[in-house]
Structures are given as structure tokens and as C-alpha cells.
Design a protein around this ligand. Sequence first.
Ligand SMILES: Cc1cc2nc3c(=O)[nH]c(=O)nc-3n(C[C@H](O)[C@H](O)[C@H](O)COP(=O)(O)OP(=O)(O)OC[C@H]3O[C@@H](n4cnc5c(N)ncnc54)[C@H](O)[C@@H]3O)c2cc1C
Length: 258
Amino acid sequence: MFLKTIDFSKYSSIKVGQPTEVLMIENEDTIPKDRYLIGGANNLLISPTPPPLMMLSKDFAFIKEYDEYLIIGASMPTGRIVSYTKKHNISGFEFCSKLPGTLGGMLAMNAGVKSYEIFNILHSVKVNGSWVPKEDIEHGYRFAKLNGIATEAKFKITKGFDANLLDDLLQLRSNQPCEASAGSAFKNPIDDYAGRLIEEVGLKGLRKGDMKWSNVHANFLVNLGNGSFEDAKYLIDLAKEKILSEYKIALTEEIKIL
Ligand SMILES: Cc1cc2nc3c(=O)[nH]c(=O)nc-3n(C[C@H](O)[C@H](O)[C@H](O)COP(=O)(O)OP(=O)(O)OC[C@H]3O[C@@H](n4cnc5c(N)ncnc54)[C@H](O)[C@@H]3O)c2cc1C
């Protein structure tokens, strides 16, 4: 393992943060228990005082085929998974296109688009060194209780990459804001949409410093350039307070605030 300084104002998708030392974990290392693991930082908001951080190195960025399984390392970026499955005519990963992140982040968030979620196609995950079948992992809408660090995962190979589905999903993405963001700020409450609620309480388009509730998609907190953690947190807290007081709905963040 080795320390690497990562500037989160550049690395994180929301472009908020500062240069921070991150412990890079290599293949043979014992993974420390006192550090927070990050992936591609596409769902994170880093404060000026984050906990000690670690990240899986490129040793965990692999894809192999074994028997009828695809085995993918947890630091493999989603874009490369889609390219591989397209090239080898494997189905199931089409929805990962334009869903930025690493396999590890996708597993921890049970990331997905519409009815397509990573747990739908998952067979098992190696957590803290042991293979755990999907059935033994509690999971649901945008969460999975991995109870540890995922280093690789297994997927049963089904042939037939669906290019039409890929096109439909790419089309769906076209209504997302193009500014820097961490995706949806809040999870959708049952039978409702966080974006609708943010709009209803009059916050759509509200700006604080360089952070703003997007005009395009109200549940996206976007950074117009020099957005700060404090401004992002202000807008998140304001939305939670207003929606709780006006609709009695307690929103929970989808983005992880560190
Ligand atoms: C423009 C944009 C659009 C997005 N659209 C969607 C969408 O449609 N659907 C959706 O679901 N998400 C969406 N997201 C969010 C993001 O793409 C997903 O949450 C993605 O899975 C995050 O992966 P990551 O590697 O960046 O994880 P990070 O953001 O780095 O981490 C997210 C969480 O995963 C945990 N984690 C990471 N790696 C591991 C591991 N190996 N083992 C255990 N835990 C781990 C971290 O501890 C953290 O809690 C979007 C984000 C952006 C910026």
C-alpha cells in the first residue's frame, strides 16, 4: 500500500474538495479497518475534514471469464465493463453505460437506472476475502449491506449485448444536467420523486455561491465552477428542512457526505 494525494476538486464528479492523502490498497495488502473506502467519487461530497480515506488500486481493475462466469475487480470503471461486454456480446451491463463509477461503488449503492440494477445480474461478491452469494446480502433501492469491502464480483454470462437497450438508456440520460454533479442528491421517497418535492417547495434553480439545485433536474445539485462544501451542505439541509416541514417527508441523501 502507498499514500497518494488526490485533489477532490478535480477527482470527484461534483468537483468539490481539496487535495487529500488517500491510502492506495494493492493486491496482497490486508485492508485496514479504520479508513473509509472510496471508488470513483461519483456519489460523494467531501468535506474539508473527511475521515481517513483509502481506495483500491488498479490491481483490482480486471475482467476475466471463468467457466460460465464473468469475474470483475471492484476498481474496474463502469465504462470499461460496458466496452468489454459489448465487444464480447454479453448482456446485462448495458445500463452501466453513462452511469459513472467503479464496480465497487455500483455494488455498495446497488446502482441502477429504471428497473435495471446491478444486483439483478449479480451472482456473488467477494467481501473481506470471502465469496458471499447475492441472496445473503440485504439490498434494495440504492443500498446494499455489503458489511465490508468488495474486491471482486461474479456474474453469470448470458450472451447477447442489447444495442437497442443501450441506445434507449443513453437517450434517457440526455435530460440530465451537463454541469458537474454527484448524480441524484436524494433517494426518491416511496411513491414520489425527490426532484418533484424540491421543485414544489420552490428550490428548483436556487443558487448558493456556485452550487445550485439544477433547473434541468431538481434533484441534481450542480457545481457551476467554484462550489464549496458549505454551500452544497446548505442547499441539502434547506431542502430537507422545507420538505419535512411542508410535506412531512424525511428525505435521505443518496450522496455520501464525508
Ligand atoms: C452524472 C451522474 C449521473 C448518475 N446517475 C446515476 C444513476 O442513474 N443511477 C445510480 O444508481 N447512480 C447514479 N449516479 C451515482 C454514481 O454513478 C453511482 O452511485 C456509482 O455507483 C458510484 O460509484 P463510485 O465508484 O464513484 O463510488 P463512490 O462515489 O466513490 O462511493 C460510493 C459508495 O460506495 C462505497 N464503495 C465504493 N467502492 C466500494 C467497494 N469496493 N466495496 C464496498 N463499498 C464501496 C463507498 O464507500 C461509498 O459509500 C450518477 C452520478 C453522476 C455523477
